[in-house]
Design a protein around this ligand. Structure first.
Ligand SMILES: C=CC1=C(C)c2cc3[nH]c(cc4nc(cc5[nH]c(cc1n2)c(C)c5CCC(=O)O)C(CCC(=O)O)=C4C)c(C)c3C=C
Ligand code: FE2
Ligand code: FE2
Length: 360
């Protein structure tokens, strides 16, 4: 083999070398193909089942809930509960919920399709990079998309866990998974991970503009705007996870920018342990008795609408509030693939690529 082909513009086998490439850059006929070096960006969100069907949801939940970053209970104690109880009962119920939000035309979950749209929207803004997306659980798998970026010649890859607030159960497990692939890879790309953007002015600007627009379009004036974040076991806060503090900071900085009363709550409790409080469902059920008849709910920790927003908040949350006597309820959707979100993600990606694009 000759020296490394960092500067080689070759894309494929020796017989396809264009005439214009100088002799010194050509590879011998028996050399493995070396694509031209590029920058890659991989957006990674949580993931969904491939279909809104029990078997598919069971596979997805088995992978998700076997992750020791998500369920911090020793494997020997947890697996019998997971296999013997949860995977026997939950998949059928969750499949029905997924069916209620499924995009039938594009045949996918909102979370996956919105992430796909974010990646293609960003690709148009970064013609010099290859932008792709993956799901931490389910498909497309992180390892497969990292391998595809590498095969396309990306020698430097920016990993973008799609969570504005860091938690071990979300951000860290994306990094773990990427590094498991790295550990099996001979010629590793250089990899960076984007920092969480929970207090970044670009994030707050995007949220503020979007929430103002959505609030302004309502047919009522909310007395209260609830900021709901996905919950975490309370124990994770005691163990040093910064998630709770980062959610609090996002909510406080947003409250300072908006001229409506706000409150922070946490949703999607799982299992019998105490989770971060106050809980969304209890808040919605208690508000009418406090005299709050008109409420709006926003979920600034979700970069894409998903089961936890479209079903748990927009459907169940409304029922809880109205069932307790509330009059007006509005769910404000996530930033999704809206231009304001692409602007924010462009800012984050450009910052994280600093030094790479210039030298690339
Ligand atoms: C946005 C941040 C998220 C945190 C933090 C988080 C922690 C966390 N989640 C579970 C259990 C479940 N979460 C489920 C769905 C789900 N969770 C997030 C995000 C966070 N989770 C998203 C975006 C989604 C939606 C996925 C989709 O396809 O739309 C589910 C599955 C759904 C169900 O069956 O109800 C479970 C279970 C735990 C235990 C946890 C922290 C330890
Ligand atoms: Fe979750
Ligand atoms: Fe805190």
């Amino acid at each position: 083999m000759t020296e490394r082909q960092n500067e080689s513009p070759r894309q494929s086998g020796a017989e396809t070398i264009p005439e214009s490439i100088p002799e010194s850059r050509q590879l011998p006929a028996d050399h493995p193909p070396v694509p031209a070096p590029k920058l890659g960006v991989l957006l990674v969100n949580l993931g969904s089942p491939d279909r809104a069907e029990t078997a598919s949801v069971r596979r997805y939940l088995a992978q998700f809930l076997s992750d020791p970053r998500v369920i911090e209970i020793p494997k020997l104690a947890w697996q019998p509960i997971l296999r013997g109880v949860i995977l026997r009962t939950r998949p059928a119920k969750s499949a029905k919920l997924y069916a209620s939000i499924w995009d039938r035309e594009r045949d996918g979950s909102p979370l996956k399709l919105i992430t796909e749209d974010q990646a293609s929207g960003l690709q148009a803004r970064f013609p010099d990079c290859r932008i792709d997306y993956a799901m931490r659980y389910g498909s497309p798998a992180v390892a497969d998309r990292l391998a595809a970026l590498k095969d396309a010649g990306c020698e430097r890859i920016l990993l973008l866990p799609m969570y504005p607030q860091y938690s071990a159960a979300t951000t860290a497990t994306v990094v773990d998974e990427a590094h498991r692939w790295m550990a099996k890879t001979r010629w590793q790309p250089t990899m960076r991970t984007a920092a969480p953007w929970y207090d970044d002015p670009a994030y707050l600007d995007a949220l503020e503009a979007d929430l103002r627009t959505q609030l302004g379009a309502l047919d009522f004036e909310p007395q209260l705007l609830l900021f709901t974040f996905h919950g975490m076991p309370k124990r994770t806060l005691e163990l040093g996870d910064p998630y709770h503090c980062q959610c609090q900071k996002t909510a406080r900085l947003m409250a300072e920018r908006l001229d409506v009363a706000t409150r922070i709550v946490f949703q999607s409790r799982f299992g019998p342990a105490e989770w971060l409080q106050p809980y969304l469902d209890e808040a919605l059920e208690g508000l009418p008795a406090e005299g709050v008849q008109r409420v709006a709910v926003a979920a600034p920790g979700f970069t894409a609408d998903c089961l936890e927003t479209l079903e748990e908040i927009a459907i169940q949350g409304r029922e809880q509030f109205e069932g307790a006597g509330g009059a007006k309820f509005a769910y404000l959707d996530c930033l999704n693939a809206k231009p304001a979100h692409l602007d924010l993600l462009e800012t984050v990606i450009s910052r994280e690529l600093a030094g790479w694009r210039e030298s690339g």
